[in-house]
Write a protein of this length. Structure first.
Length: 213
């Protein structure tokens, strides 16, 4: 690999921290050539003055850092990562506020209008409305992050599953540290329904994208 380039055994090694920074910042296609050129020049300079060679290597690293960092930020891979993080954060906030203002509001309104004496119907309505929000979040993640050239299974595993683990983390946390009147069985049901709701929402979003593109 490009990051595994090593100087000859008997040669003075370049500063390892500076070299590691280049390996991290440089993209894979240009990493080998850049490190190779720098270490070739470093080897020549180190024959005259090891101290100046190290100073030169660090100077080149510092001078190259802004360009390499900017180029890396503009890369397609970084752009996709940024979109994925933004979609996950947006879905997390969507579910949070959907829960507070829509699902719970619908449950309270239903209880007030019907005078329900038990929690069963109220909680059932809450779950129905809340799973609709989870499905919307799954659809948003799919619309923004799923790649058309990848299969549904690959997109689900690599993009929906990690995002789902993050946006459902409050439910998992509430199961460990109860913070409201909901019992463990209800939280388990909520989590069990959220997983297929995410997938169904994602599947609907992909179907709509294919139908209307």
């Amino acid at each position: 690999m490009a990051g595994d380039i090593k100087p000859p055994h008997n040669a003075l090694a370049p500063p390892q921290l500076a070299r590691a920074l280049i390996v991290i910042m440089a993209s894979a296609p240009e990493r080998a050539a850049l490190i190779g050129d720098m270490e070739e020049e470093f080897a020549q300079q180190s024959q005259r003055s090891p101290h100046r060679a190290r100073a030169w290597y660090w100077r080149q690293t510092v001078m190259s850092a802004p360009y390499l960092a900017l180029k890396r930020l503009r890369s397609e891979q970084t752009r996709r990562l940024g979109v994925a993080l933004a979609a996950t954060l947006g879905a997390f906030l969507l579910i949070h506020y959907w829960d507070i203002f829509i699902a719970r509001g619908a449950a309270r309104g239903f209880a007030a209008a019907t005078g329900a004496q038990t929690f069963f119907l109220t909680r059932s309505l809450y779950l129905l409305v809340q799973m609709t929000g989870v499905g919307v979040a799954g659809g948003a993640i799919a619309a923004l992050t799923f790649r058309e050239r990848d299969s549904l299974a690959r997109n689900t595993l690599r993009r929906l599953a990690p995002a789902g683990a993050i946006i459902l983390s409050p439910t998992l946390f509430a199961m460990i540290v109860p913070a409201d009147h909901y019992d463990l069985s209800f939280r388990l049901l909520q989590l069990a329904l959220s997983v297929p709701a995410l997938f169904i929402g994602a599947r609907i979003a992909i179907w709509l994208r294919e139908r209307y593109r």
